[in-house]
Design a protein around this ligand. Structure first.
Ligand SMILES: O=C(O)CCC(=O)C(=O)O
Ligand SMILES: [Fe+2]
Length: 281
């Protein structure tokens, strides 16, 4: 495994997934958006047990402008918590491919969390334990159509991820992800066959601020469509998440409040920027 650490956005190669397989993941994802409108509507948000899962744009009432994107958001792990009613019925390969991709991503997730634990001198399984049993993974497929006024819209608003970590498969050809550093936006380049790891807010909390969740956004292209497949790994929603005791000391006191169900509650309170700022002590 090779890491290139760049303000908590990490590009990973040698992750065990072939180029062909990643293409397949992109292909079935793209096929979802090519379904007739009625088929997509059968997976719409609001038809499931939670209002966040399913097909459709984020729906925060105070958002002044919607993202220039179409998206579908599905819980993929634990397997018995999948809301299969919201999964496309007419795409033969979708379930199989998503299943395989989830398995690969979960393996990678474990390796990354172990490496991050070691990096801060914790027991290797420390971060994973902090996420509780039956920690959840969601898949979000973002489809950004071309926009003739690309400079006037965002594909995805400025945010940090509410996850522990996020594993992102970029579009093969079209760039769009940007990360904020020193008040400047930097393009994240496409490196073939890599997966991008973003540190999420809940990792920032657990690590007591040692790992910081990057602020990022997606811009759109005036001519080309773009598609990304994003796996967000997060603690069990019942688990209290707080800075790990061993990362707290006199020179580094507790910096964050204890939170629960952060990924659902906090982005709702603060749909712009970094909701984690509200958790700082
Ligand atoms: O599509 C992208 O490049 C960014 C996606 C993202 O940040 C997200 O889904 O949280
Ligand atoms: Fe994100």
């Amino acid at each position: 495994m090779i890491f290139s650490i760049n303000f908590c956005v990490i590009q990973v190669i040698n992750h065990g997934m072939t180029s062909l397989f990643l293409d397949k993941v992109r292909e079935v994802s793209r096929q979802f958006f090519e379904l007739p409108k009625e088929e997509k509507q059968k997976c719409a948000r609001g038809l499931g047990t939670t209002d966040t899962e399913g097909y459709g744009n984020d729906n925060y009432s105070d958002l002044k402008r919607n993202d220039w994107a179409d998206r579908v958001y599905l819980k993929v792990h634990p397997e018995d918590e999948r809301n299969l009613k919201l999964w496309p019925q007419k795409l033969n390969d979708f379930r199989n491919t998503t299943q395989q991709y989830t398995e690969c991503v979960l393996q990678l997730y474990e390796v990354i969390l172990r490496a991050m634990s070691k990096l801060v001198n914790l027991e290797e399984d420390c971060f994973q334990k902090e996420c509780g049993e039956r920690a959840a993974t969601y898949m979000r497929i973002n489809y950004y159509p071309p926009c003739p006024k690309a400079d006037h819209v965002l594909g995805l608003k400025v945010h940090s991820d509410p996850s522990t970590i996020t594993i992102l498969l970029q579009d093969k050809e079209v760039e769009g992800l940007q990360v904020l550093k020193d008040n400047k936006w930097f393009k994240v380049p496409i490196v073939p066959d890599t997966l991008l790891i973003n540190v999420g807010d809940q990792m920032e909390i657990m690590s007591n601020g040692i790992f910081q969740s990057p602020v990022h956004r997606a811009v759109v292209d005036s001519e080309k469509e773009r598609l990304t497949v994003v796996m967000t790994c997060r603690p069990n929603s019942e688990k209290e998440v707080k800075p790990i005791d061993k990362l707290v000391n006199e020179s580094r006191p507790v910096l964050y409040k204890t939170v629960k169900d952060y990924a659902i509650l906090y982005p709702k309170i603060s749909p712009y920027g970094r909701p984690i700022d509200q958790c700082k002590i």
